[in-house]
Design a protein around this ligand. Sequence first.
Ligand code: AP5
Ligand code: MG
Length: 206
Amino acid sequence: MKVILLGAPGAGKGTQAIKLSRELNIPHISTGDIFRENIKEGTPVGVRAKEFIDKGMLVPDEITLEIVAERLKKDDCTNGYLLDGFPRTLPQAQALAELVEIDVALNIDIDQSILKERLCGRRCCPECGGTYHVKHLTGDACPVCGAKLIIRKDDNVETVTKRLEVYNAQTAPLISYYESCGKLFNVDGNRDVEEVFKTCLDRLKE
Ligand code: AP5
Ligand code: MG
């Protein structure tokens, strides 16, 4: 099953993708995570991507498309995958359509007024990939693996504001694109994690 997770920054794409990936046994492919890994390793892609990510802008399509095309060639993609944060522009969606036929685009629909609080309070585990919110944590250790949690460099008010603007201008139009392809499924993301998960899973198990 080939699934796209659409949604604004902080809508819960990563949170749901981790859970769905475990449940469905298909890989979770996050372009944001791939870029952050490249930045950490100091690769040429990482150096280039950092210029854009730190400003809350999108990495150019040609770089993004190349890393996705490479990732989709790996053996673990044979039975499908969850694409988290890709595509994010119309040219990316059109390029993806030339490579594969996706089954569904799950759009995590959310009231944008809560996203700044969600993102500015997010803490991420650099070891196991878990994502949490400060209001549910007691210290700075990952509740799952114990590693020290980190704050993403783009999770500050200024960059989050820019990311939301970019989302509305460049990514939100993909909702009508996938609707016109008959692939869109809207999920109410304003509920708790387990409720959103159940709706996504029910749709994917149909
Ligand atoms: P990326 O890493 O994809 O970031 P994003 O789209 O901004 O989305 P986030 O990861 O911030 O949010 P999320 O929806 O995953 O939310 P999460 O589950 O963590 O991209 C980063 C950057 O890389 C981009 O800005 C761009 O520069 C570049 N990039 C990436 N892909 C690209 C592409 N295709 N083209 C060009 N550039 C690209 O949850 C957020 C918080 O909310 C957490 O604290 C979580 O615990 C909490 N939460 C989640 N769900 C719930 C819930 N239901 N109720 C309450 N709290 C919840
Ligand atoms: Mg994410």
